[in-house]
Ligand binder design. Structure first.
Ligand SMILES: [Fe+2]
Ligand SMILES: [Fe+2]
Length: 274
């Protein structure tokens, strides 16, 4: 396999092609939700994060769309617009499931207006961090029987799309950093800030989980909702495995996010044994 220089035109073509070639054409109305038993419906209805989940996808769609509008490179613009479509479809899939199980969510779309690039950077690093835990929690939800297998199948494809977004985003950020000339220091600062803001919040939560102090943040709540016996160490190891597995199918020459697994490996080392 020919060596690839990150930041080159060839690199851009590769990460855009990987995204385009794995795009799935389907519409929300093509999904046929399985009949679920009462206990499963009750369990799903009781999940505390539906409002937040739908809103996150809607806001992601809006932020990514804004970035597609200002992107001047046609190849990047096309792919960013595809991602925006997928985020909107994610919101639609969640909404459709909620209609199926009879959950009403707030129709709240309010979010801070941001400069397009800053919004895309914050959203992108948000996905880099959140998907790490989401992939692991998703597997645990299947293993513990919390999520019925029929739903696992539908949401597996959803998770794969998020993995694609992450791969695209980390490669886009490298490409952009290496190709901005006059504005390079400014982009570098924004990028570092975007990473730091996400990292600080997630590290705090991870460490509080390791200490067992039960911080009430989103994925702690999700882990608790899935199974009270899921320890930090089991969750962390599952997340590490899943993060690696989901990215395996992409060209090995593309960059992968490394910071989050390193942070979690560190948390695993410093956490009190037992
Ligand atoms: Fe999404
Ligand atoms: Fe996404």
């Amino acid at each position: 396999m020919a060596k690839l220089r990150l930041g080159s035109g060839e690199h851009k073509k590769l990460f855009c092609d990987e995204f385009r070639n794995t795009f799935r054409t389907f519409e929300v109305r093509d999904i046929h939700w399985p009949r679920l038993d009462e206990a499963t419906i009750a369990r799903l209805r009781a999940m505390p994060f539906w409002d937040e989940a739908v809103k996150t996808e809607r806001v992601a769609g809006a932020r990514v769309r804004l970035m597609a509008e200002v992107e001047r490179d046609p190849m990047l613009r096309e792919v960013i617009a595809m991602q925006s479509y997928e985020e909107g479809r994610h919101a639609g899939i969640l909404q459709s499931l909620l209609d199926h199980i009879g959950v009403q969510v707030r129709d709240d779309l309010s979010h801070k207006q941001r400069d397009a690039e800053w919004g895309f950077l914050r959203m992108g690093y948000g996905e880099v961090f959140d998907s790490f835990f989401a992939f692991g929690l998703f597997r645990l939800a299947g293993e513990t029987g919390f999520f019925p297998p029929e739903l696992m199948e539908i949401f597996d494809a959803f998770m794969d799309e998020e993995a694609r977004h992450v791969i695209f985003f980390v490669n886009w950020a490298i490409y952009r950093n290496r190709n901005l000339k006059a504005l390079k220091p400014w982009f570098g600062i924004r990028r570092a800030l975007g990473i730091s803001i996400q990292a600080a919040g997630r590290m705090r939560t991870a460490l509080s989980m390791a200490r067992g102090s039960g911080a009430g943040e989103d994925f702690v709540m999700q882990a608790d909702a899935i199974d009270a016996d899921v320890t930090f160490s089991r969750l962390a190891r599952t997340c590490l495995e899943e993060y690696q597995r989901r990215f395996q199918k992409y060209d090995p020459r593309l960059a992968r996010p490394r910071l989050v697994p390193k942070m979690v490996e560190y948390a695993l080392r410093v956490m009190p044994s037992g």
